[in-house]
Write a protein that binds this ligand. Structure first.
Ligand SMILES: [Zn+2]
Length: 550
């Protein structure tokens, strides 16, 4: 598969392709189709379905004490099969990045009731790519650029990884696409971009080739931060490259406060992630103890080892906390404080100094908890374990209702009003790995919400939209003995309700909400209003136009 965009690589003389070995899939079928993905080569523009790629070869080999099959897919450059295989392999890799034992350490569910996410590698004649919960699919467009070159977005490692990450985050936190807070959709963009950046470091062969090239560290990082230049060149020409998102920036949260464009807003966090990665790499290179016990034969070998280790650390620092986030909404300062709390918990001593790197990066963006007057989520009132009732992990894990019993018995401790029908969104248990393959104590996460109506001011109400729904609630993380590990709490404080109203008002003012059903979502407004059937209005991000070039 392509590991960076074909053009970015060819113009720099890098070797552009790698082999993807996808593990743990017991069923592989033509498409390719595997346990979580199915490639459907349907083109909406021509209304045609094209033949799926069958595996070329199946060989048996011995792995982890049992026989496994190795399926090989191959295709010539420029064929439809090439796009089918590339999009599939890249999407599988993106899912593996999140499910990795050092990151979430568990299966990620989709946000819809099925196990296959469909991939349309040549889905429409259009310079666009998007994830849709409604169609349960990733749609990748193709187009001709100014030089008449056929550009397929499904050949771009960054675009495929980014879109797959949207589907992954939607599975983990389905209400983020229904939040009116501008940070929530920007957080989606961040997760897509940081996944594109970090997933490259899972490709050992690719990194090995890179460190052997006669280029300095600077060039290497430029390669990582040039997101999707093939599409950029095709659409905007070389000169506009700078206008594309770049992870190397100095944006602060205060500077994007009134920025409605989620892509621009997200750069604050993408920049933070880049600073963390670069900082940890530097820390390792300067630390004589790092990699102790290994004898590096050459400088590139040392750089190679430290890059891989630093990237793994960055994945754990930045992506693992996604499982701890509250379900209803996420703001950047909340993410910052949860990332910091998770790091404090996993490495209390900070003997390597990586937390200093993280704290410096958070401060630079204005996202360090010290820089905020009020706590976004309430940490100080965390209930004491001895005050919790019904501490039965088997009951909690048995079902959503079992987890609800635990919540219901502890409403006061978790600040859940007695007059609200609190609902468990998901219960999940992880099996994570710490350094050197040590297994961590499994954690069980309970996400719960209840709904609060927020009215629009009188002069803004219409018959189609007079209120929006805010989801209050939280995520409780406990260990096997139901000791509290983490609690991300989003109570419906006056401040939070007011933030929701202000965000909703600015969407109304910007005419950003589609209140009547429309066909052709790509040209529709950024938010779609949907009746929830219970007299409530839900707003949902129109993902079809999230990446539409403006
Ligand atoms: Zn996106």
């Amino acid at each position: 598969m392509y590991l960076k965009d074909p053009l970015a690589l060819s113009s720099r003389g890098y070797f552009p392709v790698g082999e993807a070995i996808v593990g743990g899939d017991t069923s592989v079928a033509p498409g390719p189709t595997s346990s979580r993905f199915m490639v459907v080569d349907y083109d909406a523009t021509t209304d045609k379905v094209y033949a799926p790629t069958p595996p070329q070869r199946r060989t048996q080999y011995w792995s982890r004490g049992r026989g496994e099959y190795l399926y090989e897919f191959s295709a010539r450059q420029g064929t439809r099969q090439e796009a089918q295989i590339n999009a599939w392999a890249t999407a599988v890799e993106a899912l593996e990045l999140f499910q990795d034992p050092v990151v979430l350490g568990r299966e990620v569910p989709w946000a819809f009731d099925a196990n296959w996410l469909r991939i349309l590698p040549q889905g429409m004649y259009e310079a666009n790519a998007f994830y849709s919960r409604r169609t349960r699919a990733l749609h990748f467009g193709y187009f001709f650029d100014r030089d008449d070159r056929l550009i397929k977005t499904s050949l771009s490692h960054d675009i495929v990884t980014h879109e797959t990450a949207h589907a992954i985050l939607d599975g983990l936190r389905p209400y983020y696409l229904e939040s009116v807070h501008p940070d929530a959709v920007a957080f989606h963009e961040y997760v897509g971009d940081v996944a594109a950046m970090l997933s490259l470091f899972r490709q050992r062969e690719f990194i090995k080739q890179l460190v052997l090239l006669p280029v300095g560290k600077k060039d290497f990082f430029n390669l990582v931060t040039d997101l999707a230049p093939q599409v950029g060149q095709g659409l905007y020409g070389n000169a506009d490259r700078a206008a594309l998102r770049s992870a190397r920036n100095d944006l602060t949260y205060a500077r994007v406060e009134n920025e409605p464009d989620p892509h621009v807003r997200s750069q604050v966090l993408t920049g933070l992630a880049f600073d963390v990665l670069e900082g940890v790499v530097e820390q390792r290179l300067n630390d004589t103890r790092a990699g102790e016990g290994f004898k590096f034969e050459s400088k590139p070998q040392r750089l190679f080892a430290h890059l891989l280790a630093a990237a793994r650390h960055a994945m754990r620092m930045l992506l693992r906390p996604i499982d701890l986030l509250p379900p209803g909404n996420i703001t950047f300062p909340e993410y910052g404080s949860i990332v910091l709390a998770a790091d404090n918990q996993s490495t209390p001593g900070d003997s390597r100094g990586y937390r200093k790197v993280l704290e410096r990066a958070l401060r630079k963006r204005g996202l360090h908890p010290d820089q905020w007057e009020y706590q976004f989520y309430i940490e100080s009132d965390e209930p004491e374990n001895r005050n919790l009732r019904e501490r039965d992990i088997a009951m909690i894990r048995s079902s959503k209702v079992g987890a609800y019993r635990f919540l219901d018995a502890n409403r006061r401790a978790f600040q859940i009003p007695t007059d609200r029908d609190v609902r468990v969104v998901a219960v999940s248990t992880n099996r994570r790995e710490l350094d050197y393959g040590t297994l961590a104590v499994p954690e069980t996460m309970i996400q719960y919400v209840w709904e609060e109506r927020v009215s629009l001011p009188k002069d803004m109400r219409t018959s189609a939209l007079d209120h929006v729904v805010m989801r209050a609630g939280g995520t409780i993380t406990v260990d096997e003995s139901v000791n509290l590990v983490h609690w991300a709490n989003q109570p419906p404080t006056p401040r939070r309700l007011d933030d929701t109203r202000v965000s909703a008002m600015s969407l109304v003012r910007d005419r950003a909400i589609e209140t009547t059903p429309v066909r052709g979502l790509i040209n529709a407004r950024p938010f779609l209003a949907q009746n929830d059937g219970r007299g409530g209005m839900h707003l949902m991000v129109n993902t079809a136009r999230m990446h539409h070039p403006r």
